[in-house]
Design a protein around this ligand. Structure first.
Ligand code: SF4
Length: 514
């Protein structure tokens, strides 16, 4: 693996462990895929800032966390499996000395959930004094092709981020005259890369932020100090990570744009020709924090609007509207406001639950739901409930939830979902099951209602969701809802030769997948 070879060894690595078993199966939900954070702040010890930034982005990935910090000459890297607060303590943070650096929280989408795939990826070479580190949010769609270009053998066992880092290093080493200036290397290599990426990099003197030409994943810029005399710069997946370190939001990184922070200030250049923007619609529905601001709108208000539109679109008589914590709650508030039905709390979430173990059967999965959520019996007994949630993927957890509410005495359970039916896998950085495991890909609404044991089920229309998000026409990816993939998907393995063409659905090309 690239981050452990002799020429790639960082100055400090901790927690060297291997988990050779495959990652546990994911049950019932869509998983976020990574948070990235970078800071350039002369005269400040950035490791604590990166820690705070990653802590604010913990919801985007809980499998591993890491940071690379540089002081102008040397770079140090610490990464390990686990939550930010378990990977870093005061001793480790105080050992990470420097005024610039990057950080990462990971959920695996490509590559196993193990230490070798934790980020940042670190590379060292005589051509890049002090080394180079990279952290990635997103998923590439031509990793095999890139690996071949990098001269890797099939089954190379490296994740997509590692392959890009390897290509960057190879390209840079081949052009020693371009030493230190990474921009020509980035321009050449990123031109070969397809798919979704919001990347942060650093060398010993600069931090970099780059978004793919479609802008699938968010990345924003923050500033320390006043506008006329900035004292530092921050790049982050979401705006709350700027807030927590005291940075002021400046703007989002544009699709295809490279932004560099260094001694001379902030430089922005259009590294790659921008394409039609395709920010992931699920950032608004589920992934982003409610206090995040995306495209100028606070996510909490956007979700409340989804609930209002859902109430107009799919009314039902009931006594109480309740949300499934956490991301279903704002939409439930909106539904209650628009319908006039009282809003109340019906479920308590255990805030301290970590990663759950492998649930071997349906009974164990139902227990997993109980471990996370418990009904407020006095609030729901004898009531006709409208239960608002953000999505249904496999349906396993929703089914267990409905059963739990009925056991607690609910007279009726009407499910209202603030995203349209999830029918297609995501290839752009979200960990979703195969199509044959997606409930809505394989069943009618009546079959879904019967399977879940609900009295009724309704999903928000895609048109209403776009209205709530404030982008009625372009600007969003909704491939998992529509099957229209904005970037060709080159599937590995059995479907290696198949490629979805923009505008066509995978089903047209891969009728057997279903
Ligand atoms: Fe987001 Fe779905 Fe597009 Fe993936 S396919 S980027 S989850 S909208």
């Amino acid at each position: 693996m690239c981050d452990n070879g002799p020429r790639h060894g960082p100055l400090l690595l901790t927690g060297v462990r291997r988990f050779d078993a495959p990652p546990p199966p994911r049950v019932g939900t869509v998983k976020e895929a990574c948070g990235v954070f970078a800071v350039y702040a002369p005269e400040r010890a950035v490791s604590h800032l990166i820690f705070d930034g990653l802590y604010a982005l913990q919801h985007r990935g809980q499998e591993s966390a890491g940071m690379a910090v540089a002081d102008g000459e040397h770079m140090m890297v610490v990464k390990d499996m686990g939550l930010v607060a378990s990977v870093f303590d005061e001793r480790k943070l105080s050992g990470l000395v420097g005024h610039l650096g990057i950080g990462h929280t990971r959920y695996s989408t490509h590559g196993h959930s193990d230490w070798m795939n934790a980020q940042p990826v670190y590379l060292s070479s005589p051509a890049i004094p002090g080394g180079f580190a990279m952290a990635h949010n997103g998923n590439l769609t031509n990793t095999e092709e890139l690996a071949e270009r990098a001269g890797m053998l099939p089954g190379f066992g490296m994740n997509d981020s590692g392959v890009v880092a390897e290509l960057l290093l190879q390209h840079h080493l081949a052009r020693p005259d371009e030493a230190i200036d990474l921009v020509p290397t980035l321009e050449a290599v990123m031109g070969w890369v397809e798919g979704a990426y919001s990347l942060v990099f650093c060398d010993a003197q600069h931090v970099y932020g780059l978004r793919d030409p479609h802008g699938f994943r968010p990345l924003c810029i923050g500033r320390f100090g006043p506008e006329e005399a900035p004292t530092g710069w921050v790049f982050a997946s979401e705006t709350p990570a700027l807030d927590v370190v005291g940075a002021t939001f400046v703007r989002e990184v544009l699709p295809g744009e490279l932004v560099i922070a260094g001694e001379t200030g902030l430089t922005a250049l259009q590294l790659l020709p921008p394409a039609t923007e395709r920010l992931c619609i699920f950032e608004f529905v589920y992934f982003a924090r409610p206090d995040s601001i995306l495209h100028g709108r606070e996510i909490h208000g956007t979700r409340r609007r989804m609930g209002e539109l859902l109430a107009e679109q799919a009314p039902v008589e009931a006594d109480l509207v309740m949300g499934v914590p956490d991301s279903g709650v704002p939409a439930a508030e909106g539904y209650a406001r628009a319908s006039g039905i009282p809003y109340g709390q019906g479920l308590v979430k255990n805030r301290y639950i970590g990663r759950t173990f492998i649930a071997p059967d349906q009974a164990a999965r139902a227990n997993g739901v109980r471990r996370k959520l418990n009904p407020l019996k006095e609030n729901i007994a004898g009531k006709r409930l409208i239960v608002v949630d953000d999505s249904i993927v496999r349906g396993t957890t929703t089914k267990a939830l409905v059963a739990m509410l009925r056991e607690a005495g609910a007279a009726e359970v009407h499910l209202r979902i603030s995203s349209p039916p999830f029918r297609w896998p995501c290839y752009y950085g979200i960990d979703t099951p195969n199509r044959d495991e997606l409930l809505a890909a394989n069943a009618t609404i009546d079959e879904i209602t019967a399977f879940l044991g609900a009295d009724s089920v309704a999903y928000i229309d895609i048109a209403n969701l776009r209205v709530a998000v404030g982008k009625a026409d372009e600007g969003l990816c909704d491939a998992c809802l529509t099957g229209v993939y904005p970037v060709p998907v080159k599937l590995a393995g059995a479907h290696a030769s198949a490629a979805a063409v923009p505008g066509e659905t995978l089903q047209d090309l891969l009728p057997g997948v279903r």
